[in-house]
Design a protein around this ligand. Sequence first.
Ligand code: AMP
Ligand code: ZN
Length: 494
Amino acid sequence: MPLYENQELKIYNSLSGEKEVFKPLTDGYVGMYVCGPTVYSNVHLGNCRTFISFDLVFRYLKHLGYKVRYVRNITDAGHLENDAETGEDRIAKKARLEEIEPMEVVQKYTVDFHNILYKFNNLPPSIEPTATGHIVEQIEIIKEIIDKGFAYEANGSVYFDVLKYNESNHYGILSGRKLEDMIANTRELAAQDDKKNPQDFALWKKAEPQHIMRWPSPWSVGFPGWHLECTVMSSKYLGDEFDIHGGGMDLKFPHHECEIAQGQAATGKNPVNYWMHANMLTLNGKKMAKSTGNNILPKELFSGDNDVLSKSYSPSIARFFMLQANYRSILDFSDEALGAAEKGFHKLMDAVALIPNLPTSKNSSVAIAEWKQKCYDAMNDDFNSPVLIANLFEAVKIINAVEAKKATLTAEDLKELKESIHSFIFDVLGLEAVTALENNQDSERLANVVELLIELRAKARANRDFETGDKIRDELAANGILLKDSKEGTTFSL
Ligand code: AMP
Ligand code: ZN
């Protein structure tokens, strides 16, 4: 019997503002869509937090036994600067600045994104579609929305008619906004604007002569509006109605609001059952963002090469730090907080390492089954990872007490403790044990030490002290570090 039959998972649904019991549309199967990155720059730690939050969701759903189809897109076209309807395409702008093809920009930052998420031990999504790979589908859905009367063409561009939509639907249903308030708070349309109303948003934009990313369409040579790709790619791979849609809190409005409107307008169905929004990572109390420069890059974290940091931190420590906060809470990044997370992480991992050698007894003085259910209760409560981690520290206390012979466990309970700890730490939280060599700074230090030993060995050999030279080589080899002599000098491999 799959675990989900015994566990009642509740998810905080941004649409209702309440924790709701999770019931997928099809028993045993979950369709989940998460907005992916706009690949015009290196991802910062803020972006990573959101993707780690949804990796936790993906992992836990899988752990419960669901067959999950996780779709996360790559935005490689259509995202204009400042999320506005005007200005340059972010990718095209970068291509112009770097004097490369837009698709080179896309390739470079998609590779970076994958590498970084791999380092954080995020599982890859089941499908990772791109906006440029779905232009045809985007044109088709625009036609449908026009046919249903919810969009209009103006001067080669197509706009979603928000006022018309709001007559029979609620534009603002997700963000809790009222269209009247939005209208009252917006400025007049600029004279050159083709929209009927300032609230209308672009489904298709006619390309200005300088706009390099462009495709033919029935209306003009142009490009799709940013919100459209997610509607198209989620419905293509998950259906017109699916279970979970996620993204950062900052995407709730207008991006996700527009997604609901587009889906509802095209199909007459509410596309998403559970909307999940991950909260922001801040630095000095302000949102980490590319545009303001208030951010830290993962590579700076792994090397310690940033003034905010006193040292380097491994990806697993950073992941642990992030998961110690609830995904719906704001989390402030600081060197002290990471240092504290590192201590906690090692305490946890040290206890895990003790498990295989713990003594067993005829009776248990601790209730392991209850402890295990408390771990599930935490995760069932809207993926509450900080409470799960608190329970794992309860297990650390149990392990240390058994070690010190102040508590006892039967062989069966010990096995259950071990299996549960392993599955929660490694499968659900996705943490990895940090070894010295995985830690970049440590491996850099190690390389420096090996270089020094190579130098000392060369000196010894020059002085015909072959005994010392051989000893250095053999001792290094015994530790898995192999020296290779050649005409150019000595190199080593770890
Ligand atoms: P973008 O590439 O700008 O579309 O962002 C990719 C994802 O990162 C989106 O889901 C954003 O909501 C999310 N994001 C951006 N900044 C932060 C931040 N400071 N903390 C957490 N998530 C963020
Ligand atoms: Zn999206």
